[in-house]
Design a protein. Structure first.
Length: 421
């Protein structure tokens, strides 16, 4: 155990879990705020607290079933440490109260086979039912098990500053174990999760932190030198930076977003990256006049649409408890509107990549199919062809990345081309 396990440290986990289970705000934001308010916690202590409360978020339903009538935040945490994180009773001894050792022994012997499939998978009932429309009953537990594991830490090489082999050598020299990503030619996967924010390689702009699957979405755009490109829902700009490097810092790259706060996070990243062709633009909505003025002029558009985020449960396990069927219905209406608006930007021959980090067909294939039916000037370009040109061997007309098959977050993407004439 790398951390000194004490009642005081366990109390921090209990306090933080109580805040998280209100589901008022995204879990990562709540955790970050808690650690800012408790700066006395060291790196190992923070790691223990974060991993333990996230284990409860990931495995909430089966943990509650094991607790039965003895449910409390304290008991949720003890079960998470025992069952999910694999601690034994000796390791838990520093915090156990009278009677808890016997109770935990019964918890360890609990038979989950009588639980419903959704509870065994730690999924809400509505989500399990939706997944049954795209996956078999045998595949969902495998998918769920992958979603319930913490995500690895991936980096994207900034090709304006270095290349993958050079970065791997520099990381090894710094004592950071890493290997090339399995899919993206720009990806480096770290063995552990070291603190990188103050590392010289990070500060120099040699890499950005970005899931390997997210990198593939950017590769589908295939942005070229001198083009006009729009990242329509840019957020904090992870994919914007990739597009700028593809363009070799030439042409004009617009980063649109409705949130000034998200766009402000792009500025320090831009400074590190060495890019000077990026123009952040806050828009009010997808029909903003700033969008309309660019109609028919743009070579390529990336629409990383607002979505349920259910493909990112490895990182954001709270989303499965914060989303519901009604919120997904609202999102699909928004996705349809954003895709139609973004498509107006393209010149004839231009390309649009529609992408989400969702697992649900109604946010993915159904949106694209409806768009193509309503816009006969567009055709679907097989994603496998676009990726093959960049040395990526993934099959399919549309890109489906899944944690249990590709060890990435769950991503979807379709490549659409506006035909001439």
């Amino acid at each position: 155990m790398k951390v000194r396990f004490t009642p005081a440290l366990f109390a921090h986990a209990e306090n933080l879990l109580g805040q998280l289970l209100n589901f008022d705000h995204p879990a990562d934001a709540v955790v970050s705020r808690y650690f800012r308010e408790h700066r006395q916690l060291g790196h190992a202590d923070r790691g223990f607290v974060a991993e333990t409360v996230f284990a409860v978020l990931r495995r909430g339903r089966s943990i509650e079933a094991r607790c039965a009538d003895n449910l409390s935040d304290r008991r949720r945490l003890l079960v998470a440490l025992l069952v999910v994180r694999g601690w034994n009773l000796r390791e838990l001894a520093p915090v156990l109260k009278a009677g808890e050792e016997a109770w935990l022994a019964s918890v360890a012997a609990f038979d989950e086979s009588a639980l419903s499939p959704a509870v065994r998978c730690d999924l809400p009932d509505w989500l399990y039912e939706r997944l049954l429309t795209s996956f078999t009953a045998d595949e969902i537990p495998v998918l769920a098990e992958a979603l319930n594991r913490p995500a690895p830490l991936d980096l994207r090489v900034n090709t304006l500053k270095t290349d993958r082999q050079a970065l791997l050598a520099q990381l090894a020299e710094a004592g950071i174990a890493a290997q090339p990503g399995a899919w993206s030619p720009l990806a480096v996967r770290l063995r552990d999760k070291p603190a990188l924010a103050k590392h010289p390689l990070f500060l120099s702009g040699a890499f950005e932190v970005q899931d390997e699957g997210s990198q593939l979405l950017g590769l589908l755009v295939e942005a070229k030198r001198g083009e006009m490109v729009v990242d329509f829902c840019a957020g904090a700009g992870g994919k914007t930076l990739l597009l700028g490097a593809q363009m070799r810092n030439t042409g004009r790259l617009y980063a649109f977003d409705v949130s000034e706060r998200r766009l402000s996070k792009l500025k320090p990243r831009l400074a590190r990256s060495g890019l000077s062709n990026v123009h952040p633009v806050r828009i009010e909505h997808e029909r903003d006049q700033k969008v309309k003025r660019m109609a028919g002029k743009v070579d390529r558009v990336l629409v990383d649409a607002p979505c349920s985020g259910l493909g990112t449960l490895r990182r954001n396990p709270d989303l499965k408890w914060r989303q519901d069927a009604a919120s997904v219905a609202e999102l699909t209406a928004k996705q349809t509107s954003i895709l139609a608006a973004a498509a107006t930007l393209l010149r004839p021959g231009g390309r649009l990549v529609y992408a989400t980090c969702s697992l649900l067909a109604e946010e993915n294939e159904r949106i694209v199919e409806a768009f193509l039916a309503a816009h006969p000037a567009f055709r679907l370009v097989p994603a496998e062809q676009v990726l093959a040109r960049q040395g990526v061997a993934l099959s399919g007309d549309m890109l489906h990345l899944l944690p249990h098959l590709h060890d990435t977050d769950g991503f979807f993407a379709a490549v659409l081309e506006k035909q001439n004439g």
